[in-house]
Design a protein. Structure first.
Length: 665
């Protein structure tokens, strides 16, 4: 760079006003790099307080800061080595209404260091509305990516489909597991949910016992604790049912095992000592009922290391002990629990159950530490990746300030070098002309207007799919629904009544051919939804009872093997361990999955001097621990070098389509 250019770049940086969203793994690195690169006016939004688990990589924070605002502590830490710059912390959710378009307009560029799709989509919309460039980022383990989104010049964050949760065929989970992750999904999504979760939810756990007439057991009640049933007897009964009886039933279907190893039924009498597990005399160490996070079967049993792989007997003990502790110490939670990776007892139960099942199917057992990682979709954070990504964010931010549109790059940080490159620079895409967010393309919705209520439309479409938080729904000039603190009481009552009406019976009738306008005031996003009436929907393929077109749905991830699939929750991304999963079992028919997006080509730019001056790239994140995101060179018809990322499809919230081929230039 010539001296004159350099001084003007310095000046641009000095005068720039930047907004950083997220002060976690990426955010801490980013704030430091911004401050050391000459930025003098930085706002930070982060809604969180510091946790002990952040300290290993969020280096601006110390033990003494635990419990304090991340945004404020990060500011104070950086001011210690750059005392003369302005850093304004906001300890708030970026979705709070006061962060509106006017707030965003004051910034030269917005830099995301977030960890969830919802907040990313929200910031994307505000940046589009405020016409402020956005540099988006994410990391998971060794993988990372940085993208630049400038309205009208590059794609927006929502132009491309987002990743789907990993899905497993139901029969693999319930009958023929072959990997430990299948046992984890079974333990977490089926058994744990059946015993401790919402009893009204569908659950596939009984598939093998329901088709036998020889059983005297009443299947409806098999998982219910009988009146006055001793808790240990109950635990052993459940144990014998799921690991013994259900396996025997499965074995009776000979066809299943023609080409597979037969599982071994396991009964509690074979793996556990006589009734009543010894407690090492230290059950009192378990804390009170209020102290849920510290309640531990391991502690009760005197087992310490989460890294140890337990024997079958130890797993059986933990299984019974955890179940007992749930029923004796956390009884009030039963019926409403969903698996949470930070709930020690839940992790212990799931680890033990998964291991016992694995043992039955001849699958290697795993430690609690490993099982927790899988169950919680945790990919351990690598501080260096965060630092590299933060550096790339700043590089792109500087290009944005200089308006160097042609030099913008998407950058992928890879786990394995390709052509000696760990950073893959890719030219950004142009905006997707059919994106409903940045191109305002109308959507169309097939719905039974005589059966579906306005509430269904609001919950399943407007909130769940369009990601609007404070929607207004209009038919022409008639307001059908809105939310807000300043509404008159009679309006609130009116909208509440509308929610319960079927579309056709709304005061302003909605039928086939109607166009609804859906708007989120804060995001300043307006969508037109063309309504098409349809009488019937396939309950399995279209469980929502409505089909939205023009909204980009994630591509499928796994080979189609059976009629149904179960998902092991959506992994997310960024700035720390990838651990924010939705933890939802999704049982869908395979036909429901959409066709994969056709491969797209994109120019790759080789990394130029200073290592990462214009990197860009694509990463894929392993969804289960067996997969590694690797880059390989593949042949292409037009004989140009292409790289394709394989392994599990990308799971960055930031992007997902790892089947895209990229052109090296
Ligand atoms: N809606 C939001 N508003 C403001 N800050 C947000 C929002 N969503 C996420 N964040 C912040 O983004 C940061 C993401 O950082 P990171 O991925 O390192 O997560 P973490 O919560 O610090 O770590 P971990 O998930 O490993 O415990 C967090 O500090 C989080 O508080
Ligand atoms: Zn878009």
């Amino acid at each position: 760079m010539a001296p004159k250019q350099l001084s003007s770049a310095k000046e641009l940086i000095r005068r720039a006003k930047v907004l950083m969203v997220g002060a976690g793994g990426i955010g801490c690195e980013l704030l430091k790099t911004l401050a050391l690169s000459g930025f003098e006016d930085i706002h930070i939004i982060d809604m969180d307080t510091i946790e002990v688990s952040n300290l290993n990589r969020q280096f601006l924070f110390r033990q003494s800061h635990v419990g304090q605002s991340k945004a404020k502590v990060a500011r104070d830490a950086v001011l210690r080595f750059r005392p003369n710059i302005n850093i304004t912390p906001h300890h708030d959710n970026v979705k709070d209404p006061h962060f509106n378009v006017d707030f965003f307009k004051q910034f030269s560029v917005v830099l995301n260091g977030l960890d969830n799709l919802d907040a990313r989509r929200h910031v994307n919309r505000l940046c589009l509305a405020a016409e402020v460039p956005l540099v988006e980022s994410g990391t998971t383990g060794f993988l990372g990516q940085v993208t630049v989104h400038v309205k009208g010049k590059t794609e927006c964050y929502e132009c491309q489909p987002k990743p789907a949760p990993k899905k497993y065929p139901v029969c693999t989970i319930t009958s023929t597991p072959s990997k430990f992750i299948h046992c984890i999904v079974w333990a977490k999504e089926l058994l744990f949910a059946k015993l401790f979760g919402d009893k009204t939810q569908d659950n596939d756990l009984n598939v093998h016992s329901s088709d036998t007439s020889s059983s005297s057991e009443n299947l409806e009640d098999v998982f219910e604790r009988k009146k006055d049933e001793d808790i240990e007897d109950y635990g052993r009964r459940i144990f014998d049912h799921v690991f013994g009886y259900n396996i025997e039933m499965a074995l009776s279907n000979e066809d299943t095992w023609k080409n597979r190893d037969r599982p071994r039924p396991i009964y509690s009498k074979d793996t556990l000592p006589g009734k009543s597990i010894k407690h090492n005399g230290n059950i009192s160490k378990n804390g009170s009922t209020d102290d849920t996070p510290s309640l531990s079967a391991m502690t009760s049993l005197g087992m310490r290391s989460p890294q140890d792989v337990w024997s079958l007997m130890e797993n059986s003990k933990v299984f019974i002990e955890a179940l007992k502790l749930f029923f004796t110490r956390r009884e009030k939670d039963i019926g409403s629990l969903t698996f949470d990776k930070d709930d020690q007892l839940a992790v212990e139960f799931v680890t033990a159950a998964a291991n016992i099942r694995a043992s039955s199917f001849g699958i290697p057992l795993h430690s609690l530490f490993e099982a927790k990682g899988m169950a919680g979709n945790i990919v351990h954070a690598v501080a260096t990746t965060n630092a590299v990504i933060a550096g790339l964010i700043v590089i792109e931010a500087i290009k944005v300030l200089q308006n160097e549109t042609e030099n913008y790059r998407m950058t992928y940080c890879l786990e394995y070098p390709n052509r000696n490159m760990l950073l893959m620079p890719v030219e950004p895409y142009e905006p997707n002309k059919s994106c409903y967010v940045c191109s305002k393309t109308p959507l169309s919705l097939e719905i039974n207007t005589h059966r579906s209520k306005l509430r269904d439309f609001v919950e399943k479409i407007v909130k769940a799919k369009l990601g609007m938080h404070s929607p207004i729904i209009m038919h022409g000039s008639a307001l059908l629904y809105e939310v807000g603190d300043d509404l008159e009481e009679d309006m609130v009552a009116n909208y509440a009544a509308n929610l319960e009406k079927v579309l056709y019976e709304l005061p302003s009738q909605v039928s086939g051919g109607t166009t609804l306008t859906v708007e989120d005031m804060q995001q300043e996003l307006v969508c037109s939804v063309n309504i098409k009436h349809r009488d019937e929907f396939d309950e399995e393929k279209e469980p929502d009872g409505m089909v939205l077109e023009g909204w980009s749905q994630p591509p499928p991830e796994e080979k189609k093997e059976a009629n149904h699939t179960v998902s092991n929750a959506g992994t997310s991304i960024s700035g720390g361990p990838v651990s924010k999963s939705s933890e939802v079992v999704e049982i869908i028919t395979v036909e429901e999955e959409l066709e994969a997006a056709p491969p797209k080509k994109r120019k790759l730019t080789t990394i130029i001097d200073r290592g990462a001056a214009s990197p860009g790239g694509y990463s894929s994140i392993p969804n289960d621990t067996d997969n590694r995101g690797k880059v390989q060179v593949v042949d292409d018809d037009d004989e140009e070098d292409m790289v394709m990322l394989d392994g599990a499809p990308g799971v960055f919230d930031g992007d997902s389509d790892t089947s895209k081929k990229r052109k090296l230039v």
